[in-house]
Design a protein around this ligand. Sequence first.
Ligand code: SF4
Ligand code: FES
Length: 161
Amino acid sequence: MRKTYRSTDVEVTFDLGICIHVGECLRGEPAVFQLERRPWILPDAGGAIAEVIHRCPSGALQYRRLDGGPEETYETTTATPIKNGPLLVVGDIDVRHEDGTVERLPRATLCRCGQSRNKPFCDNEHLRIKFEAPGAQLKIHLTPVRPREDEPIQKAADPRA
Ligand code: SF4
Ligand code: FES
C-alpha cells in the first residue's frame, strides 16, 4: 500500500510492497529518509530529494511537486536488464493490477527470473534462487534493510512497514 508524506513544497509517496532494498534513499538523503524516525520520510529535511527519488529503481518512491516545480517526466521508455536480477524500466509505465486498476509508475523493477511472488514486480526472489543472467550492474548500498548484498531483510521486519 502506498503511503503519503507531504511538506509544503512536495508530496512524497512510498510503497514498501515494491521496494527492492538497494538503499539509494537512505544513502542519498539521510536527513529526509530515516528508518527509525516517525514519519520515516520528512520531505522538508533535505534539498536533493527529487534527484534521490529518481535513483530509486523500483518506483517505490515517487514525488509530486506542490510548488509548481518540474515533475519527473521522460520522453522515452527504456528497459535495462540488471545483471542476475530484474528488468529496470524507466519512463511511463502503466501496470494493470488483478483488480483491473491501472497504476502509472515512472520507474519499475520487473521480475525476470520468473519466481517473484509479487509479479510483475521483482521481490528479490532472484537472490534466493541464485538467478544468473547478463545485464547492467545495479549498485547496492548496504543499509539496515540490506545488511548483506544477497540478503535484504524480510518486508514484515522492515521498520518502514
Ligand atoms: S528501492 Fe531502494 S531507493 Fe527505492 S525505496 Fe527501496 S531502498 Fe529506497
Ligand atoms: S527478478 Fe527479482 S524476483 Fe524475479
